[in-house]
Design a protein around this ligand. Structure first.
Ligand code: SF4
Ligand code: MSK
Length: 624
């Protein structure tokens, strides 16, 4: 199998070749065997009841057994993706809120309140008066209030009030302000059950409400409470790619999305007794590295190295140098279990919500989290002598991460007048043409990582400041785009700004739930003034060129509903219906002044983003 066909990442190529030689099957091998179904891919395969399943042609005549048309079926499927994505982000948030509550009550050893400033700010935005309260008292109130946002039945989610006034008015007019996180998700599932809501625009409006319950609800709660517990990120230098694994250390990989247990593993690997045990088996130390968004979380706050993005999870084990891989929730491939059995790696599932067949389950319980963390480290050490053939790719790259929206403020505005004013001024004077958010997964059906990097190179060359999250951030980092020196690849205006403040032209803003930071950054730009009164007026665009997960659809939908036009690559789940596609690619604009677009070619996507940004500049009268 030609590994170059899948990616230009040399480390990935080396491991695809190694697994092929060793007869180990990975995502790259499986994807060749699986053809996509055009009905499923375009959104018009319905299996919501057993009068079907029905695959429906978009010819104006065909319908499912119940009479459902292509646009109804595609809209229902799309909205179910939004609901699942919102559920994933929000269930993550719920877990974090429960840990914050336990930490505040002194019932979660190893966890404490790290960022009091953030605690105060979040308390106020949740309508809690922080004055005169102890840190733990306030944290308890914040956690309890955050938890009520899930089950709230009426009213509005608290963080919605953070959005620009004009945007809130758009939502109120449409009746799509989320009432409670769980309520909107449940209603979405109800409405898409057989025989309920069958008008595609009506469905898509509730899809927006559900997505907003994620972006301005679940995801934002996860980000904010994690900042309170672990600290708000500030710029930090680290390393990325499979080369971060160490041949002479016990290697532990943390993978998934929730940083809770990984933070405790980072504590456990500093334990002198465990370090002595590692030395006793011949290792020089214990190395922790991350994959996917768990990686992004502990990278942003602790500078922990990143072994890779979603498509490198099996390949990391195939190095033969990983003693333990610890997974929690989301983006964990079942294939990992099979790959781990081919090497000496012990794979641990740790969430009560996720198990893999044939894999060790050691449940993370925050009341005894540190004990669980130590047990994992102990077992990893025990595996070290069982290593067979180790082959770690040499590729690793420096990166700077940690660009929370607070940091962007400081870095551009300086400590004494931290504000978005300099960013707004640089957009207005044209040094920065606009801002693009490049987010989301990787997908083996397209060249892994190459779409991200091709697109981002094109954007920065045209003076577009790029904000990255998720696996897109990891892939860009691997190609050296997240260091200040990358400014050399930027257009003259963006380069000047980056060199003046010493920042990269591509800013790592965090994990998937941290896309909520981008909503706040966009809001800050609006509130700073000079670039319109609503997010939809800012020269700003979002995209996910290599997406694959339902969470990506939820994120895209909340960006669009918040006024940011969003482009997706790979394939798009509405293309089986012309009517629904016309709506998402155009009609949505009449409702929220933003829309989706589909563009599989990264250079063409960059051109579309730049044209969109230029149109916004023109509308603002700043097309210098
Ligand atoms: Fe077919 Fe209608 Fe049942 Fe869907 S809900 S499977 S279109 S009969
Ligand atoms: S991890 S959702 S593959 S970005 Fe957040 Fe990466 Fe996509 Fe998972």
């Amino acid at each position: 199998m030609k590994a170059e066909a899948f990616t230009s990442c040399k480390a990935t190529q080396a491991m695809i070749e190694k697994t092929s030689r060793e007869g180990v099957t990975t995502v790259f091998h499986r994807v060749r065997e699986k053809k996509t179904c055009p009905f499923g891919s375009g959104g018009t395969c319905c299996r919501l009841c057993y009068m079907g399943p029905c695959r429906v042609k978009d010819d104006g005549q065909d319908a499912g057994v119940c009479g459902a048309t292509a646009e109804t079926i595609a809209a229902r499927n799309f909205c179910r993706m939004v609901a699942a994505g919102a559920a994933a982000h929000s269930d993550h948030a719920r877990e974090v809120a429960l840990v914050l509550l336990a930490a505040a009550r002194g019932e979660a050893p190893g966890f404490e309140i790290k960022d009091e400033e953030k605690l105060w700010a979040v308390a106020q935005d949740l309508g809690i008066d922080p004055v005169g309260k102890s840190k733990n008292q306030l944290a308890e109130e914040v956690a309890l209030k955050a938890l009520t946002e899930f089950g709230q039945q009426e009213g509005e989610l608290s963080f919605v009030r953070r959005a620009p006034q004009k945007r809130q008015e758009v939502w109120r007019r449409l009746g799509i302000i989320p009432r409670g996180i769980d309520r909107e998700i449940v209603e979405m599932l109800h409405r898409t059950h057989m025989g309920v809501d069958q008008e595609y625009v009506h469905l898509m409006l509730h899809g927006m409400r559900t997505a907003l319950a994620d972006g301005w609800g679940g995801s934002m709660i996860a980000t904010e409470l994690q900042d309170i517990l672990f600290g708000t990120p500030v710029p930090i230098r680290a390393k990325v790619n499979l080369g971060v694994l160490k041949p002479d250390h016990v290697n532990i990989i943390v993978h998934g999305h929730e940083p809770l247990l990984p933070e405790l593993i980072l504590l456990a690997v500093r334990d002198e007794e465990l370090l002595a045990q590692a030395r006793a088996v011949g290792a020089k130390g214990i190395n922790v590295a991350g994959i996917c968004c768990t990686a992004n979380e502990i990278l942003m706050r602790k500078g922990v190295p990143v072994a890779g993005s979603v498509l490198q999870q099996e390949l990391a084990i195939a190095t033969g140098a990983v003693e333990a891989m610890v997974v929690d929730v989301q983006c964990i491939m079942q294939g990992l279990g099979q790959v781990a059995r081919c090497y000496h790696t012990e794979l641990f599932t740790t969430s009560s919500r996720a198990r893999l067949p044939g894999v060790t389950h050691l449940e993370f319980d925050h009341h005894r989290g540190l004990e669980v963390a130590k047990e994992i480290v102990r077992r990893a050490i025990a595996r070290f002598p069982q290593r067979r053939k180790v082959e770690i790719p040499v590729e690793e790259m420096d990166l700077i991460a940690g660009f929370s929206h607070e940091t962007i403020k400081y870095i551009l505005g300086g400590r004494f007048r931290a504000s978005y004013r300099p960013l707004n001024d640089n957009i207005i004077n044209g040094r920065i043409r606009g801002v693009a958010a490049v987010v989301g997964c990787s997908n083996p059906r397209v060249r892994f990582g190459d779409l991200h990097t091709t697109l981002v190179r094109e954007l920065i060359a045209n003076d577009v400041l790029v904000l990255v999250t998720g696996c897109a951030a990891i892939n860009c980092a691997k190609e050296g785009l997240l260091v200040p020196e990358a400014a050399e690849m930027a257009g003259s205006g963006l380069r000047e700004v980056c060199e003046a403040v010493g920042m990269p032209p591509v800013l790592h803003c965090g994990s998937c739930v941290d896309n909520s930071r981008l909503l706040i950054a966009a809001t800050e730009i609006v509130k700073e003034g000079g670039l319109g009164e609503d997010i939809s007026e800012v020269p700003l665009c979002g995209c996910a060129p290599e997406w694959m997960s339902e969470k990506a659809i939820a994120i895209g939908q909340y960006f669009v509903a918040s006024g940011v036009t969003v482009g997706f690559g790979v394939a798009f789940p509405t293309t089986g219906s012309a009517k629904l596609s016309e709506f998402v690619f155009g009609g949505m604009k009449d409702y929220v002044n933003a829309h989706w677009f589909y563009e599989p070619d990264p250079v063409a996507m960059a051109r579309t983003i730049i044209a969109h940004i230029d149109a916004k500049r023109k509308a603002l009268g700043i097309d210098v």
